[in-house]
Ligand binder design. Structure first.
Ligand SMILES: [Fe+2]
Ligand SMILES: [Fe+2]
Length: 319
């Protein structure tokens, strides 16, 4: 079978120890120059046995056949809870597994945002992110270290959710229900972009006024797409994540405390992640540069106390 029929897996993300492997796990040796896939563990192998094999396995990548990739993600998502609770799995392994699942879930959500099953999966993944963030102080920074600096709408959404959860917990105000609303709203904040053409979204040059106006419709389009499917809390975040403290935002030009705490937090996380990521029209900025730009060029956009807390949170300080 050709190597083209295989998908590489992050070895660190294969850390579940409860249950049975539901797909064949392969190794492809480059050194042999044959690119011949060799089975490492067969479907049906006990997962703790798989861990034994991987302990002595010297490579970073393993492979799964393309026709079994759905089984792989099913295994990953169904194992997340036991992995997060497993004290024998390190923070790196847990992060790799959560981030990999979240990327796959968000890719599916953006492909088919009307699917109830995909929305259910996005709720589960945000619950896992919250559960993980509460279980270990290093969880948020570990998850963020996995973020790609290239811009994909769905990884951007994960990063915004992780930053938002981190900032919410750092500020330490609000209920568990608020936190769940925030995480879900943040991970879906740009879902309305699925209703905007890729030609505009990925345009490398400057946008015309008309194109910019089209992009700006994404927060309302996202709200309309999710209305009736999500509660008021996440819907508020989706609709209002581009509102600005000084009233110059959109779509409703809300001002100051007419903007909810969760929307204020998401706005900061959103702008920061966009600035520190390579976009079609811009290179990635360093964290410090991004914060200076937000402070100096975006005066009035953010709730000042939340923005200061965000700086402290990023620098690892205390609230
Ligand atoms: Fe947005
Ligand atoms: Fe965004």
């Amino acid at each position: 079978m050709s190597v083209d029929n295989f998908i590489p897996l992050n070895r660190k993300a294969m850390c579940a120890r409860d249950g049975v492997l539901g797909f064949d796990l392969y190794h492809i040796s480059i050194e042999a120059a044959l690119f011949e896939p060799v089975i490492l563990c067969q479907s049906g192998t006990l997962l703790d046995k798989v861990q034994e094999v991987l302990r002595d396995f010297p490579f970073d990548k393993m492979y799964v056949r393309k026709d079994e990739i759905a089984k792989y993600y099913t295994y990953m998502e169904s194992s997340l809870e036991s992995v997060i609770d497993d004290p024998g799995v390190g923070v790196e392994g847990k992060s790799a597994m959560i981030y990999s699942c979240a990327s796959n879930v968000m890719e599916d959500v953006f492909r088919d945002p009307r699917s109830g099953a995909n929305l259910e999966r996005s709720k589960n993944i945000t619950d896992h992110i919250i559960r993980f963030s509460l279980s270990d102080d290093r969880s948020i920074s570990s998850l963020l270290s996995l973020s790609s600096h290239d811009y994909y709408t769905f990884t951007h959404c994960i990063n915004v959710a992780v930053f938002a959860v981190g900032l919410f917990q750092f500020i330490n105000r609000g209920t568990d229900a608020d936190l769940r609303d925030l995480a879900l709203g943040a991970i879906l904040h740009d879902v309305g972009k699925t209703r905007i053409s890729d030609a505009i979204l990925n345009k490398p040059g400057r946008l015309s006024d008309e194109e910019f106006a089209t992009i700006k419709t994404h927060s309302r389009k996202g709200y309309e797409l999710m209305a009736g499917k999500l509660g008021d809390g996440p819907l508020d975040v989706i609709l209002h994540h581009h509102e600005r403290f000084d009233g110059t935002g959109y779509p409703e030009k809300l001002q100051a405390d007419a903007i909810s705490d969760n929307a204020k937090i998401t706005t900061i996380a959103d702008v920061y992640d966009a600035l520190t990521t390579i976009r079609p029209y811009n290179g990635a900025r360093k964290p410090f540069e991004a914060l200076v730009l937000m402070k100096e060029k975006m005066v009035g956009h953010f709730a000042k106390d939340r923005f200061l807390a965000f700086i402290q949170f990023l620098s690892g300080g205390s609230a």
